[in-house]
Ligand binder design. Structure first.
Ligand code: ATP
Ligand code: MG
Length: 683
């Protein structure tokens, strides 16, 4: 009888198995979509644990918290089957895994004192970061320049690129923002001011989590202390890491022993955030002896017709390392290319097909609609609500983006870090009678080392007198270690409720959101952990204002293509497969960007297992960046599906059925002069 040890590895093919059983030397698994890369990671982790590696000494780095949790769940399940009780340890141990950013945040907090950070630092999301950048921009007078100085968003994007790609400003501008090259001497001044204000306020932005981590690893004693913790580090979706992340890995595992990374260069879709496909291509040669490379050739996800079409799309890319895959799932429908008149019709079509799919036995949860940008699903969402089809949206408007949620978090963040001006600014102005000026003077009081104690004896503006005592009491209870978690959350919500009712007409759904936030909060051990995790990997907006049921077990997935990475669904619908959308107008600036758009379509297509519909609205609303202003466009099929590969698709036109012809209504044969009759009444 086979021993239990070989049992789970029997699920793998020979190449996957080689990767799962590979010894400690550096390992790269590079292969196309659906070839079992993630599955191989799961089995490798189980294998490591079986051979006696302490699961606490295994670090899994993935692209999202969701992905990390999914791998940990599968490892746990398998381990439970194989090893019984021990699995509890496994689950706990792997809980330390997650995204690079989350792991970085944890390490920085742990070593804060030693590296000169305030241990209660708060983290700015992109919106806060852009706002802080804007303040610096304003203070230096760059918002008044005559020639166009980059917007706050552009400033942040440039800054972020410089940091993540470890590049100099001039190269970044030349490559990605040539229109701003004229500001090459001013931008460093702005970025310097931005960094200083972050430090003064004890806040870190996303990029800092990697940057500080990487710089910390340059100190030998820190590097030794941190590297010593992990015997094995496994990274999924390695094609979407940036140079800083590669630097961190190299510092953790200089000789590559215990390092295993998996990815697919054809699915690299985060260059706009400075990810570089060079990481995966240069990985093997980065070690001496070089890393073992395992490639996988068989696809287990999709039918041959879907795979062939996806292969054809990516086959037109000028450069690619991974090879075409084959599958044993030979039969299946050709992927469909469906032309519809406009986006409304597109929504009708997709809703129709989803319901047909359900009738035919595919639950909603196995059907997904993918799109380039979050707002593209708008018309479809309306249609889904109208037809009562529950859905959940990923990668769009985050829960965190809602004003009321940001309000509550601002209060929590400010008491966590009284120097965090953006948080305080927002929190204070929730009160009646506190405007920007009054808020700013309060913030000056809490910026010092006394923190919230600085508020004692402060006399607020007369108009704020009514709200001030309750606020002071709240802040008092939350300061320092607070009232305990999640009690703090409840205190803030209770305090906020009357303000919310005053500030928003639609208070009810917002209150429901806050109660949901409270439930999420209860899942965290501390205020600090809650704030960190929520900022780094915010939960997606689950509710829809129109009132779609939240906790249905069967719902359609609506997702941006970026957020669907690594996922698979039986039926996949891709919206707006037209030029101007995929590729987007923004994406055709240079050929690198164009290639990224092609890979994006490839990622979308390869999510499908059984059926794939690419929908092309003939009239498509686009933002013409170049010409400024929005307009309707008569759209053409995406250039990534040229005529030559059309035979791999089934092309169709579809339009909603016109309303049934009005049946002729019976009409009287004769005529009557009612006017004469009316007059006759008075004669
Ligand atoms: P992506 O590039 O999209 O992230 P991937 O390479 O990580 O894909 P997985 O998600 O691991 O691929 O696997 C795709 C599907 O194929 C999953 O449903 C998985 O269970 C299945 N699969 C992978 N390998 C095997 C195998 N050896 N036997 C049976 N099914 C397999
Ligand atoms: Mg995967």
């Amino acid at each position: 009888a086979p021993s239990t040890e070989t049992c789970h590895l029997d699920e793998l093919n020979a190449d996957q198995r080689r990767a799962a059983e590979h010894g400690p030397g550096p390992l790269l698994v590079i292969a196309g979509a659906g070839s079992g890369k993630t599955k191989t990671i799961v089995h490798r982790v189980v294998r490591l644990i079986e051979t006696g590696v302490d699961p606490r000494r295994i670090l899994l780095l993935t692209f999202s918290r969701r992905a990390a949790a999914e791998i940990a769940r599968r490892v746990e399940q398998m381990a439970a089957r194989l090893m019984g009780q021990q699995s509890i340890v496994v689950a706990d141990a792997l809980a330390g895994s997650g995204t690079f950013h989350a792991v970085g945040a944890r390490l920085l907090r742990e070593f804060a004192e030693e590296i000169g950070l305030d241990p209660s630092f708060t983290i700015h999301d992109r919106e806060d970061s852009a706002d802080l950048m804007n303040i610096a921009r304003h203070e230096l007078g760059y918002d008044k320049t005559e020639t166009r100085f980059p917007t706050k968003g552009a400033c942040l994007a440039i800054y972020s690129r410089v940091v993540n790609a470890e590049a100099n400003i001039k190269d970044v501008l030349a490559r990605a923002f040539p229109q701003y090259l004229g500001w090459v001497d001013e931008l460093p001044k702005l970025f310097g001011a931005y960094v200083e204000s972050k430090q003064a306020q004890g806040v870190l932005d996303y990029d800092d989590l990697l940057l500080y981590w990487a710089r910390m690893m340059e100190e030998p004693s820190f590097a030794a202390a941190i590297a010593e913790r992990y015997d094995h580090i496994l990274v999924d979706e390695y094609q979407d890491t940036n140079l800083l992340q590669a630097t961190i890995l190299k510092a953790l595992k200089p000789d590559g022993r215990g390092l295993a990374v998996v990815g697919d260069d054809a699915q690299s879709i985060y260059a706009f955030r400075a990810a570089t496909v060079r990481n995966i291509l240069d990985f093997p040669g980065g070690f001496d002896p070089p890393a073992t490379v395992v490639t996988l050739a068989r696809n287990y996800r999709s039918t041959q017709p879907i795979l062939s079409a996806a292969n054809a799309v990516i086959g037109l890319a000028p450069e690619r390392f991974t090879k075409d895959l084959w599958t044993e799932r030979k039969s299946g429908d050709l992927p469909r290319l469906v032309t519809v008149p406009d986006e409304t019709a597109q929504a009708h079509y997709v809703a129709d097909k989803i319901l047909e799919g359900r009738e035919a036995g595919t639950p909603l949860i196995s059907q997904a609609v993918l799109f380039r940008t979050a707002h593209h699903s708008g018309p479809l969402e309306v249609e889904m609500v109208r037809r009562n089809i529950p859905f959940r949206k990923f990668g769009g408007l985050k829960f965190l983006d809602a004003a009321h949620v940001r309000d509550v978090l601002a209060v929590l963040r400010w008491v966590q870090n009284p120097r965090d001006r953006l948080a305080g600014f927002r929190a204070l102005q929730l009160m009646r009678g506190v405007g920007p000026k009054a808020a700013a003077s309060v913030l000056d009081l809490t910026a010092g080392f006394t923190g919230m104690a600085g508020l004692e004896g402060h006399v607020p503006p007369a108009r704020a007198a009514e709200d001030w005592p309750a606020f002071l009491e709240l802040v008092g209870r939350l300061s320092g270690h607070g009232a305990g978690w999640p009690t703090d959350m409840e205190l803030v919500r209770t305090w906020y409720e009357p303000h919310l009712e005053r500030l928003h007409e639609d208070a009810q759904p917002r209150l429901a959101d806050l109660r949901q936030l409270e439930q999420i909060a209860a899942g965290f051990a501390s205020r600090e952990q809650f704030l960190t995790d929520l900022t780094l990997d915010p939960p997606d907006a689950v509710s829809d204002e129109a009132g779609v049921p939240r906790r249905d077990d069967d719902y359609v997935i609506l997702s941006t293509i970026h957020s669907a990475k690594g996922q698979e669904y039986k039926r996949v619908f891709v919206l707006n497969a037209v030029d101007g959308c995929i590729p987007s107008d923004l994406g055709v600036g240079c050929s690198d960007d164009l290639e990224e758009e092609r890979r994006l379509l490839y990622v979308a297509m390869t999510r499908a297992k059984d059926s794939l519909h690419l929908v092309m609205p003939h009239r498509f609303y686009v933002t013409q960046q170049a010409k400024a202003g929005d307009r309707h466009l008569f759209a053409a099929r995406t250039r990534f599906i040229p005529k030559a590969i059309l035979p791999l698709f089934e092309s169709r036109a579809w339009a909603p059925a016109p309303p049934p012809d009005a049946a002729p209504k019976p009409r009287p044969a004769g005529k009557v002069d009612l006017g004469a009759k009316m007059r006759g009444m008075w004669r």
